[in-house]
Design a protein around this ligand. Structure first.
Ligand SMILES: *Cc1c(COP(=O)(O)O)cnc(C)c1O
Length: 429
């Protein structure tokens, strides 16, 4: 009569419980049921109290996310394999808001269709010289693709220095991308030196543009020379500048990194850039430049295929308006503060503290070292840390696993230490 199993909540009661509904976040009934049945089973077996069935069912709900969160302990701020820029809190909030219905292409004043993503364009133009227009596409490669297609895709020529025909990463070669549009590449100069006269001599009736590409992830040192944008803008053809990194204005900490405002002031007709490198936003491509040219790109049939979704627009807008981003914070992390956090971690897990420089990554500022520290641990811990929860990715070098806290949010230090201890306890070396 007094059987506690009679107090086990029924399936329909549990399904109707708002706490479970909330935790289930729209999961289908058939995805929730196994969690409920498992919890009821455990209560029937006397493993948990009937009062705990709801809690138990909630914690047994399936994780339907297909992405794994990673603690980036590599010291590489814009890590392409780890999704490049982590979004700022304001960008994350904007993405969550944009996940529902939004005014994406709707003018609330008139009740009619409005321009798509007008807010983001405004946020971009606020930070660029007067007389600039802007457009957002899927990524930096798409921005360059659209620009070259519209200008020279009919078989016209684009003039490029041989010193700027670069491969960015994972076999992605910018010259191949440009040729894929149907444009013809007119290479000028040599790998290490190109002069203004080389450009002048190459320009002819079929020249559609001069393209300047920032050679992002490598540097040519020694006997070198290139031609800067201002020295190319009076040759009678539009100059397209692919700055790569997405800095909108000069950054004193990265003196060799090109920025959009300077290129536009120097007379570039069009600047292309990524949204998720130094700009610190979502994956996106920016096209910034002379209004008639940007308008032409907007009307190009290919524009529709390269456009971005509402989540990207929301994240980019909030990144632009929100000021600081994790990319800026991690880049500028104070070495002393990093050393203190690193010492605490080393103390907790029994590792050795050593110097470890971070880098910008993502093809940005290749020569710049960001002074910092790491905890050195046996290399054998790298795999268990990667495959555990949370997933921790460090930097393996010279037979050691180095954990660099630069790109780990400080509030995750405790979680990181626990993950290392768990990996050691699980039979690590
Ligand atoms: C990164 C980069 C690109 C490609 O940009 P994605 O956003 O990765 O498509 C193109 N050009 C330069 C100079 C770059 O650095």
């Amino acid at each position: 009569m007094n059987d506690p199993r009679r107090r086990i909540p029924r399936t329909d009661q549990l399904l109707a419980d708002p706490r479970l509904t909330r935790a289930g976040r729209g999961l289908r009934r058939d995805a929730i049921l196994p969690a409920i049945h498992q919890a009821q089973e455990r209560a029937r077996a006397g493993l948990i109290a009937p009062e705990d069935v709801l809690e138990e069912a909630i914690s047994a709900l399936p994780d339907v996310s297909t992405v794994r969160a990673v603690l980036n302990a590599t010291g590489v701020v814009v890590h392409t394999n780890l999704g490049r820029a982590p979004l700022s809190d304001s960008a994350i909030a904007a993405v969550v808001r944009a996940a529902a219905y939004t005014d994406l292409e709707f003018d609330v004043d008139t009740g009619r269709r409005g321009p798509r993503g007008a807010g983001v364009i405004g946020a971009l133009l606020d930070q660029l010289p007067e007389g600039t227009d802007a457009m957002v596409v899927n990524n930096g490669a798409a921005a360059l693709l659209l620009a070259i297609t519209a200008l020279a895709g009919g078989g016209d020529e684009v003039v490029v220095s041989r010193g700027e025909l670069v491969e960015i990463g994972d076999g992605f070669r910018l010259p191949d991308l440009m040729v894929s549009t149907g444009a013809r590449l007119r290479e000028v100069g040599t790998t290490n030196r190109t002069r203004r006269a080389d450009y002048t001599a190459a320009i002819g009736p079929r020249t559609a543009a001069i393209v300047k590409i920032h050679p992002s992830n490598f540097r040519v040192e020694g006997f070198t020379g290139g031609v800067s944008v201002p020295d190319l803008t009076d040759l009678g053809v539009p100059v397209v500048v692919d700055i790569g990194s997405g800095l909108l204005a000069p950054d004193p900490a990265l003196p060799d990194e090109p920025d959009a405002a300077s290129a536009l002031r120097a007379g570039a007709a069009l600047v292309t850039a990524s949204g998720d490198k130094l700009l610190g936003g979502p994956q996106a491509g920016l096209l910034l430049g002379e209004p008639p040219l940007v308008q032409r790109l907007r009307r190009h049939p290919m524009a529709r295929a390269l456009r971005v979704d509402k989540l990207t627009l929301a994240a980019l807008g909030a990144t632009l308006r929100g000021g600081s981003t994790p990319v800026t914070t991690y880049r500028g992390a104070d070495p002393e503060a990093l050393r203190r956090r690193t010492e605490v971690l080393a103390e907790q897990v029994g590792g050795r503290v050593r110097r470890h420089d971070g880098v910008v990554g993502g093809g940005g500022a290749p020569g710049v070292r960001l002074p910092g520290w790491a905890v050195a641990l046996p290399e054998g811990l790298a795999r268990p840390l990667r495959t555990g929860t949370p997933c921790v990715v460090g930097h393996v070098e010279g037979g050691e696993l180095l954990l660099d806290l630069r790109c780990v949010p400080e509030e995750a230090d405790v979680e990181l230490a626990a993950a290392v201890l768990a990996a050691i306890a699980a039979g690590g070396p």
